[in-house]
Ligand binder design. Structure first.
Ligand code: NAD
Ligand code: DAU
Length: 377
């Protein structure tokens, strides 16, 4: 029997991973370890919380002794590590918390796994430590074309499908790390520790770097849920800079499927990039969100376009992210399943249908954070 410790399982991506594993693998025991920071919410997991193969443990990944005890008590055979501070704007205001959780927390988990697994007769055999990272560690890409063609231009993904790109370079697994924000610097540092634990001690590690996720249960400080909620309440939509920055968007359930596949079939010590070949300028997404939300609310088309409000840019704002996920497609056969317009429709509908969830997570401390964050822009 496998016992999988999933960290950060009460957060956005983690809750989708926990749900997938609890439902898909009734023979596994799934332990969700989460500190329940502002971003963790057990109501993300109501539907599976009483499943017989599931246990929630409130714990800080930085608490090495407690994590080690939990691993010993539960005979943990695999770790899927998602717990992190994840929001770039917060990292600009409070970098220490990001270094503590993302760097020291990851180190504490690595060391606990090493100590526990090395104490067993079979040591690392049948064990896996899977670290979830981000494409932001690679830095930012240009939006240029050698022949001066105006972006976006059409390129071809490995599947043969055409897609639009805003530049000719992409994040590949062999690119050197060039993080710009305190968030991505902390994630980059944690990735280095994970690889160091493989190279130094033989810990069976895997790292993946994924692009921007969207979908249900995302905390509404991130672009898509924040803007859907603001459109609904006819509040201004704070667009950083000129809205020209490009992100590569992936539906969160497609990421969870990739995690499942890589956890089971990925090669130890490898890195896989995960992305949707789905580049969008922020301003185009924002227009799509307004059109979709207005339509689903029965408002006249484009009624809320005037909510767009250009505000001071994010410090060090990365221009473009675009993942080359051909290695994952080639080696493990993974493909994103949803077209963006369909994913956005599903996502807007989910947030409109789940106003109670939104009200719950945006009450109290969040309200103060939100006011403080946008007051100076
Ligand atoms: P999130 O902020 O929604 O959730 C993070 C979770 O970690 C929360 O449940 C929180 O309570 C928990 N947590 C935070 N500090 C903790 C600590 N010290 N101990 C235990 N638990 C703690 O994050 P997310 O967007 O779901 O991201 C999950 C992971 O995926 C992160 O590692 C992030 O870097 C990575 N990632 C995110 C995206 C994205 O678009 N959201 C893309 C690529 C990679
Ligand atoms: O690329 C993966 C990363 O994607 C993850 O590692 C991070 O955890 C996740 O938060 C996300 O980072 P971004 O900074 O790209 O996501 P965010 O939703 O904060 O912003 C998306 C884009 O929208 C970015 O260019 C900034 C812009 N933006 C964001 C907010 C919150 C705005 O213009 N206005 C806003 O109010």
């Amino acid at each position: 029997m496998s016992t999988i410790l999933i960290t950060g399982g009460a957060g956005f991506i983690g809750s989708h991973v926990v749900r997938l594993f609890v439902n898909r693998y009734p023979d596994y025991r799934i332990i969700n370890l989460d500190k329940l920071t502002y971003a963790g919410n057990l109501s993300n997991l109501r539907d599976i919380e009483s499943a017989p193969n599931y246990r929630f443990v409130r714990m800080d990944i930085c608490d090495f002794d407690a994590v080690l005890r939990l691993m010993q008590e539960e005979h943990v055979t695999g770790v899927i590590h998602l717990a992190a501070e994840s929001h770039v704007d917060r990292s600009i205001k409070d970098p220490f918390t990001f270094a503590r959780t993302n760097v020291m927390g990851t180190l504490s988990l690595l060391q606990a796994a090493k100590v526990y697994w090395e104490s067993l007769p079979e040591r690392y055999e049948g064990k896996r430590f899977y670290h979830i990272s981000t494409d932001e560690v690679y830095g930012a890409l240009e939006m240029t074309h050698p022949e001066g063609i105006e972006p976006p231009f059409t390129t071809v993904a490995s599947s043969g499908a055409h897609h639009l790109a805003y530049g000719t370079s992409f994040f590949t697994e062999d690119l050197k790390y060039q993080p710009h924000s305190p968030y991505s610097a902390a994630k980059a540092s944690s990735d280095h520790f994970v690889r160091a634990y493989h190279d130094t001690y033989g810990l069976p590690t895997i790292v993946t770097n994924c692009s921007n996720n969207y979908g249900p249960y995302q905390f509404p400080e991130k672009l898509i849920p924040l803007f859907i909620n603001n459109i609904r309440h006819r509040r201004p939509l704070p667009v950083y800079g000129r809205g020209e920055n490009v992100r590569d968007w992936l539906y969160v359930e497609d990421h969870a499927r990739a995690i499942d596949l890589i956890f089971h079939r990925g090669t130890i010590a490898e890195t896989y990039n995960i992305g949707g070949f789905n580049e969008w300028k922020n301003i185009d997404i924002i227009r799509l969100l307004i059109a979709t939300t207005d339509r689903l609310l029965g408002r006249p088309e484009g009624a809320d376009m005037d909510l767009i409000t250009y505000v001071t840019d994010r410090a060090g704002h990365d221009l473009r992210y675009a993942i080359d996920s051909r290695k994952l497609q080639r080696e493990l056969g993974w493909e994103p399943s949803l077209q963006f317009e369909e994913g956005i429709e599903r996502t807007v509908r989910w947030y409109l249908d789940n106003q109670a969830w939104m009200d719950n997570v945006t009450s109290g401390d969040y309200q103060r954070y939100y006011e403080d964050m946008y007051a100076h822009r």
